[in-house]
Design a protein around this ligand. Structure first.
Ligand code: BYC
Length: 315
């Protein structure tokens, strides 16, 4: 098959490590892969607001409440940048939300787990945002410009989130024995869901090879998971907490060996059978329906005044 000039230009951009922009020709598979990944990422950000949002009214102090409100609001902002990046590929935000609400597009399995105590909020910041940074910093070099640029800002905010989670965890660990136990219990609950954030093992990952060849992903799922474990175990040691993996050990090569994720549990969590899957989607659909009047008002304003910002809010 003849290679067209468009294909040659695209291949040159990708191999020269330059950015592909919305105006550039791109293969249909590349466009579809980006829509799938960016949409899943956006959905994870907005569904990820729920487990922590659950604690806004019950945060243990005014300071913690103010920090948590700001963090949850940041996650909504990440969703907006990401839906915006997806729209540059020719899809509508309303259609992506419809796919989320009807279970036809995924979001991160981790957010299907509950947050029964305040320490779970600290653990999500420390571990969940820590994993997000490990996964997303390489995405700032993604070959698709709008996604890469969205990631630059997201990663800056995620590093504040990770620090506040670690600090909240450190305060609990320096508290009473009961508070330290709360921190340990939350680590026990979140360790495995957070390892799932990196996706299936390299052997099972359907999209990695193609996405890496296109410069969308820069490292494999297992490589990033390993980096996360290597970075996080010393942090747990510093806090005086125990990683809930009896087989975890430091090898001579300087890397930690750890027990693989329970992939059956992962499969359940991504297919709508996680502990809170139904509750998360039901809550999301309710919030969307409750917001219908805001979208209608923004649309009416945009129609009357031709205001671009209001049209964006109506979407
Ligand atoms: N959960 O071939 P694979 C946050 C799916 S939120 C559910 O490896 P890929 C935060 C995958 O979609 C940030 N599903 O796929 C928010 C695919 O299914 P389909 C979350 C998963 O795309 C609030 C299938 O499994 N981060 O940080 O090459 C508070 C095969 O997988 C998961 C991102 O979204 C999962 N964990 O690689 C705190 C990062 N993993 O589409 C924090 C951006 C995989 O074939 N995304 N699947 O039906 C990525 O880097 C990549 O998409 C992944 C997966 C590494 C996640």
């Amino acid at each position: 098959m003849d290679v067209t000039t468009d294909e040659r230009d695209f291949d040159r951009l990708v191999s020269a490590d330059e950015r592909v922009e919305p105006r550039d020709w791109m293969p249909e598979g590349y466009r579809r892969t980006l829509i799938r990944q960016i949409a899943q990422h956006a959905h994870s950000e907005i569904i990820g607001m729920q487990p922590e949002g659950n604690w806004i009214a019950r945060a243990p102090s005014l300071r913690r409440k103010a920090i948590l409100i700001a963090k949850v609001q940041d996650e909504a902002g990440h969703g907006l940048y990401l839906y915006g990046a997806a729209e540059t590929l020719g899809v509508e935000r309303a259609d992506l939300l419809e796919l989320l609400h009807t279970g036809r597009q995924k979001y991160s399995a981790a957010f299907n787990y509950p947050t029964p105590t305040w320490a779970d909020v600290a653990a999500i910041g420390w571990l969940g945002d820590g994993a997000a940074i490990m996964n997303q910093v390489p995405l700032t070099r993604c070959s698709y410009g709008p996604y890469a640029r969205a990631m630059t800002r997201v990663c800056k905010e995620e590093s504040f989130h990770q620090r506040q989670g670690f600090e909240a965890m450190a305060v609990l660990c320096a508290g009473t024995p009961a508070q330290k136990q709360m921190a340990q219990d939350a680590l026990d609950r979140w360790w495995w869901p957070v390892l799932m954030l990196f996706g299936p093992s390299d052997e099972a990952s359907a999209h990695s090879a193609r996405s890496m060849a296109w410069g969308i992903k820069r490292f494999s799922n297992d490589e990033l998971r390993q980096r996360f474990v290597d970075a996080t175990v010393p942090q747990a040691d510093h806090l005086g907490l125990r990683i809930p993996d009896p087989d975890l050990r430091l090898e001579a090569d300087g890397h930690y060996r750890f027990t693989p994720v329970d992939w059956n549990e992962f499969a359940d969590a991504i297919s709508g059978n996680g502990p809170c899957s139904r509750e998360r989607i039901a809550h999301r659909v309710d919030a969307h329906e409750d917001g219908a009047w805001v979208r209608a008002a923004a649309q009416a304003y945009a129609d009357k005044h031709g205001d671009r910002a209001a049209r964006g809010a109506a979407a």
